[in-house]
Design a binder for this molecule. Structure first.
Ligand code: CMC
Length: 430
């Protein structure tokens, strides 16, 4: 491969370095472009722009491949656990027994949250969306632990490592409490005899003074779902975490921004929208073709939620695993969900329709996940929170990598298209 790309502008030719990643991905390095030429590049939505080099996650959207630190997602989903995957993403390698024991114990010891944070819940309306609550509370952690702002993951290793463990430990507590608060129910305090996933389920669903029985199928399914969501390289929320973190705010503030970004219906918020869409189709008589036609109609704002992806143009490997897991969980729990029938019909109709085929629109991770969450008893407004709990290790790993490499503050440029040099006219003369 040539080591330079040639660019000719206004009769002058420039050589720009060419890079290749370990999986053969190619890039033209334009770091010096403006200094050399006076030009910038324009790429709305960053469809062709690599914002960073990264050693965390590899995905090939054409081939439907997703690897965390070199391990295929299929293998991790089958053999690993969410906490082990979190360790892998954040520290780079799978932990040995002692490393994992230490990691898990450190997290277990930090699952409680300050009682003053508990009081903040009272200030939210009962019907507050848990994603809004989560974003606010993640941000609140930055003021409850103020000494940690701008800590550097290499120079202040222990400080940052504590932030990482605090976040992993407290987010499930904050999430379960957001749900309890939305129900007007008393919260359950964490019980550290439980595993990470069991503890979350306990805090979500245990009724005071009654025994709480863990259902292994539910624990396994949730563990798998969180693994599948754990990282996805430079997606919208992760790029947000990196961009916000690049100004050296604390990890808590960067994660809070990531949660806000994830909430949107084009990103993680799609999992809630999918179930609401399936319910709408069911209530409307189950006419799948009508909704496929609406999605194709350019005069109609309706989109098939859970379909399409910026980078997957073949299939989303996570969706494949989730679809299978969905069938398994429903049959193990003996649940028949009419939403699954509608979802399968919709998938079939869309995958045979030219509009979807030509645009390479396939079901994404959010299409079937909501059906599993329903079967596990997770309420609809908590679906995106589940995504956030899963994505947390990815946000942390990407933030850590960005700060360890001392990447510069993120600050894109623009092409100005507004008015030029207007003279101010006093108000009474306008
Ligand atoms: N239903 C109908 N048409 C669609 C859909 C859809 N879900 N998605 C894309 N299209 C059409 C779009 O109208 C456009 O058509 P045309 O070329 O005629 O203008 C073409 O496909 C390309 O779409 P785009 O919006 O330019 O693609 P994008 O890469 O900017 O957007 C997306 C990707 C995920 C935002 C989009 O596919 C979408 O809105 N999907 C529904 C929301 C959703 O499921 N989001 C979750 C994504 S997966 C979880 C995550 O990682 O965030």
């Amino acid at each position: 491969m040539s080591q330079f790309a040639e660019l000719t502008l206004e009769g002058k030719t420039y050589q720009l370095p060419v890079l290749e990643g370990t999986e053969g991905e190619k890039a033209i390095d334009i770091n010096k472009l403006r200094d050399l030429t006076g030009y910038i590049t324009l790429d709305s939505g960053y469809k062709n722009t690599g914002a960073t080099k990264s050693a965390i996650t590899f995905l090939d959207g054409e081939l439907g491949i997703l690897h965390y630190r070199g391990y295929p997602i299929e293998e991790l989903a089958e053999k690993s656990t969410f906490l082990e995957v979190a360790y892998l993403l954040i520290y780079g390698d799978l932990p040995n027994k002692e490393e994992f024991f230490d990691f898990e114990n450190n997290i277990k010891r930090r699952t409680m949250v300050n009682e003053d944070i508990h009081k903040i819940y009272d200030g939210f309306p009962v019907n507050a969306h848990p994603m809004g609550v989560m974003s606010a509370l993640a941000s609140a952690l930055a003021v409850f632990y103020p000494g940690s702002i701008s800590a550097h993951p290499k120079k202040d290793y222990d400080v940052v490592d504590l932030q990482i463990k605090r976040l992993l430990a407290k987010m499930p507590t904050l999430a379960a409490w957001a749900y309890k608060n939305s129900q007007g129910h008393p919260v359950n305090y964490p019980k550290n005899k439980y595993s990470y996933i069991e503890n979350f389920l306990y805090m979500m669903f245990a009724v005071p003074a009654e025994d709480y029985e863990q259902v292994p199928e539910v624990v396994d399914a949730l563990d798998k779902l969180l693994i599948l969501h754990a990282d996805h390289e430079q997606n919208c929320s992760t790029s947000t975490v990196r961009l916000v973190g690049s100004s050296h705010v604390s990890l808590y503030s960067a994660v809070s921004a990531g949660i806000s970004s994830l909430w949107g219906p084009l990103h993680g918020g799609a999992n809630q929208e999918v179930i609401e869409m399936l319910e709408r189709i069911k209530d409307d008589g189950g006419n799948v073709d009508k909704y496929v036609a609406k999605a194709k109609d350019k005069n109609d704002d309706f989109r098939l939620m859970g379909f399409g992806h910026r980078v997957y143009k073949n299939f989303d490997p996570r969706a494949k695993i989730i679809k299978k897991a969905c069938d398994n969980v429903l049959s193990k729990l003996g649940v028949h969900d009419p939403m699954l029938d509608i979802a399968k019909k919709l998938e079939e109709a869309a995958l045979t329709d030219d509009y979807f085929v030509e645009r390479k629109l396939y079901p994404n991770v959010d299409f079937y996940s909501g059906i599993i969450y329903r079967a596990l008893g997770i309420p609809t407004n908590m679906f995106t929170v589940m995504f956030a709990l899963g994505r947390l290790p990815g946000w942390i790993a990407q933030w850590k990598e960005m700060r360890e490499e001392d990447q510069p503050i993120g600050r894109p440029r623009q092409i100005y298209t507004g008015a030029v040099n207007r003279a101010y006219v006093p108000m009474e003369q306008r």
